[in-house]
Design a protein around this ligand. Structure first.
Ligand SMILES: [Zn+2]
Length: 396
């Protein structure tokens, strides 16, 4: 969706905005020093950013008519972003400020197999309710980020042969959402879509304190997936299908919900654990139910979760051998079972991964927990809106 310009970096406003947004710079002197632009250029670009409402003088010292204020901050309150994290069995949505800080959020158990009309219908209704709750008008929405549990062509927002959601094949999430959004949301508002594990990885990287250039963020819930951060950026692969950890073949004969046999998910996913617990007479529906039982110390659940952790660890050991990440961040609803899952993963990864690749490897729980996806979705559209090239093109 973001057009990359071939030209060399320009002395543009977008470059300065990026320095202000990241907190690296707040004064003219910082901006001159860090950008290398001439003082007069910085002054001109700052004026353009102020006029566009993208930055404001810090402390609002400008209204007294005195000296020009010295410090500037990103104008995060000029509007709101909407983020949706559509999972296999659970969907969460949030309204955030323009910097991705959550203002209000809500969630529901929704089966993605119910199809795009049911799921996106709930999402748009929930967006409307949340906007009301925070006292914002639909016209205040600057962008919408959406994560979906399947491969996405990020250029078009089109889902591509998602294994567990056949009704979504070829569905354009931006088109459907734009059509269903409440009247008043500007028609040209960008809707950016990515795989659920990628938005989670972005959330953990930008807002969860896991800012490592090479890491794997694993999402373990009813299904299993992985977001890969390579060289500081989300790695999506040629068709947006990278990180499909749950459907790697692991040599068993168990039928998988994707129609194949022997996938990791078929033995280690939340849905596989749920099936086993149901056979034993437990009353469980969601991966949160399973995590709750494990946290309560239910012996059978702890055993199944730890075993799932080991199986996921085997697959991750292969990933570590191929890709040598510095960190593996473990998230998703089932990760709220905490210790048995992490212990199972650690046990096998450290045993199986090659010594060099695992020597300094850290396997840590998610910092943002269940919010990683919605925050990541908001940050996805934030990055799109304030992409330096885009701002440079708009403001010079
Ligand atoms: Zn499968």
């Amino acid at each position: 969706m973001v057009k990359k310009r071939a030209a060399a970096p320009r002395a543009g406003a977008g470059t300065l905005l990026a320095l202000i947004r990241s907190g690296q710079a707040s004064t003219r002197a910082d901006l001159v020093r860090l950008s290398g632009f001439a003082r007069s250029t910085v002054a001109q670009r700052l004026d353009a950013l102020l006029r566009a409402g993208l930055i404001v003088p810090a402390g609002d010292g400008g209204s007294t008519g005195g000296r020009p204020p010295e410090t500037f901050v990103f104008n995060r309150y000029a509007g709101v972003l909407l983020g949706a994290d559509i999972g296999g069995s659970h969907t969460r949505v949030a309204v955030t400020d323009l910097g991705g800080h959550v203002l209000a959020e809500t969630e529901a158990d929704l089966d993605v197999a119910d199809g795009p009309d049911a799921v996106l219908g709930w999402v748009t209704d929930a967006f409307g309710r949340l906007l009301e709750r925070v006292g914002r008008a639909p016209a205040d929405v600057h962008g919408i980020g959406v994560g979906v549990p399947g491969p996405v062509d990020t250029a078009t927002g089109l889902l591509v042969s998602p294994p567990i959601m056949p009704d979504w094949d070829g569905v354009s999430v931006p088109e459907r959402l734009s059509r269903a959004l409440s009247p008043g949301v500007p028609k040209d508002v960008p809707v950016v879509v990515d795989r659920d594990v990628n938005i989670m990885a972005l959330g953990e990287q930008k807002a969860g304190g896991h800012d490592h250039p090479d890491m794997v963020v694993v999402k373990i819930g009813i299904g299993i997936g992985a977001g890969l951060i390579v060289g500081g950026r989300v790695y999506r692969g040629a068709q947006g299908a990278a990180g499909d950890l749950g459907h790697l073949r692991r040599g068993t004969d168990e039928p998988c919900r994707c129609g194949n046999r022997g996938c990791l998910e078929a033995t280690a996913g939340g849905w596989a654990i749920r099936r086993r617990l149901l056979e034993r007479g437990y009353d469980v529906r969601t991966s949160q139910d399973i995590a709750r039982l494990a946290r309560r110390g239910d012996h059978e659940t702890v055993r199944l979760v730890r075993q799932a952790g080991r199986l996921i660890g085997e697959a991750l050991a292969d990933v570590v051998g191929l890709f040598n990440p510095s960190h593996i961040v473990v998230g998703g609803n089932l990760a709220e079972a905490r210790e048995p899952l992490l212990a199972g993963i650690r046990e096998v990864v450290y045993e199986r991964a090659q010594v060099l690749a695992s020597r300094d490897l850290q396997i840590v729980p998610s910092t943002l927990g269940h919010r990683a996806g919605t925050i990541g979705a908001a940050l996805l559209v934030h990055e799109h809106l304030y992409d330096p090239d885009r701002i440079n093109a708009a403001l010079g």
